[in-house]
Ligand binder design. Structure first.
Ligand code: SAM
Length: 335
């Protein structure tokens, strides 16, 4: 077998998977402290000079786009806390006029930013909402901000950042009893609610398998109340279902723990300080910032990107006894 990646064509690994979807973290900072992601306090932020500048981010994005990346998700930390985010989104849009540009956000600043982001060229948003009950939302995010997040979602919809997707991390003993309420909300609003299995990526290292609610259990619970029809499969890791009675909206599950989708994974991640990761659970990263700041040309950086994809492992090892949780938690990787 060929032991090196070809210098041209799409970004491909040794298992034949093509990486054409990039998550770009624009900051490690966050204005929430979700229990399953960050510690209540004590996480130190990257100094400003370690963050990629807008120019560096745009340059790297150009390298990915020229190598076949067709969709990006702006993420963090919380992307909306990066100063002048709409300016960056406009620069991304100039790099990739045809690029699918979406953003994952906690939504709390969307009431002010949605219009500006849409004008700058953002296509749509995914908003994280873990509970529709004020007290539980506060328990899980450590912020009493449900109303403001809901207002942010409405602002995003009004600005045309649609279809609206909602991410809900389901944790046993916390919000698992709300999945049918979320499905009802999807039907009322037309949103697509995606239930995410709890993954071992929390800074507090409190993850336990017993707290993972399997995607199949979630689908069964909803299907008993609102019968579901599976949607055709696409490249998305979410398995999506429509409502059999034709109601608007949809539900989906991202079953990374119980039904890993590594075989079809097309994702790459760039951290806020310019480390490229071929898997959410990767234990190795490729530094793109260092070479870029030392004067590396586009071909050299392109080769580093290609080699990182080429070395992508076959899949994460959450379900193996030798699983090692990455040093970085989700907010520092860019979810
Ligand atoms: N701050 C933004 C947000 O709230 O969407 C973007 C970054 S956040 C890290 C991205 C997504 O990762 C969120 O939907 C969050 O709920 C999810 N997430 C964080 N930690 C997780 C974990 N341990 N297991 C599963 N999902 C997690």
């Amino acid at each position: 077998m060929d032991r090196s990646p070809s210098a041209r064509g799409p970004l491909i690994d040794t298992f034949g998977r093509i990486a054409d979807d990039l998550r770009v973290s624009v900051t490690d900072r966050c204005n929430f402290r979700c229990t399953y992601c960050m510690p209540a306090e004590g996480l130190s932020w990257l100094p400003k000079e370690e963050l990629l500048t807008f120019e560096e981010l745009s340059r790297l994005l150009g390298l990915f786009v020229r190598r076949g990346v067709g969709s990006i998700k702006v993420t963090g930390g919380e992307p909306t806390v990066r100063t002048d985010l709409p300016v960056l989104v406009r620069m991304f849009r100039e790099v990739g006029p045809e690029l699918d540009i979406s953003m994952t956000t906690n939504g709390v600043l969307l009431d002010r930013l949605a219009g500006k982001l849409a004008d700058a060229g953002l296509d749509r948003v995914t908003v994280s909402v873990d509970s529709l009950l004020r007290h539980r939302f506060e328990e899980m995010t450590r912020r009493d901000a449900l109303d403001r997040v809901l207002a942010g979602i409405r602002a995003a919809e009004a600005a045309g950042l649609v279809p609206i997707k909602i991410n809900c991390v389901v944790i046993g003993g916390q919000n698992e009893g709300e999945v049918v309420d979320f499905a009802r909300w999807a039907r009322e609003t037309g949103y697509e609610v995606r239930f995410i299995e709890y993954m071992p990526l929390d800074a507090d290292r409190a993850w336990e398998r017993a707290k993972v609610v399997p995607g199949a259990t979630i689908v069964e619970a909803i299907d008993r109340v609102f019968p579901l029809l599976p949607e055709r499969e696409d490249a998305e890791p979410a398995t999506t279902f429509r409502f059999a009675d034709g109601a608007p909206g949809a539900v989906g599950v991202i079953a990374s723990v119980t039904e890993p989708f590594c075989d079809t994974c097309n994702r790459l991640r760039l951290t806020a300080e310019g480390q490229l990761r071929a898997c959410l659970f990767a234990l190795e990263e490729t530094d793109l910032r260092g070479p870029m700041r030392s004067g590396a040309g586009d071909d050299e950086l392109g080769a580093l990107i290609r080699e990182t994809v080429w070395r992508k492992w076959s899949g994460h090892r959450i379900n193996h006894p030798d699983f090692v949780q990455p040093q970085r938690s989700m907010s520092m990787i860019g979810g």
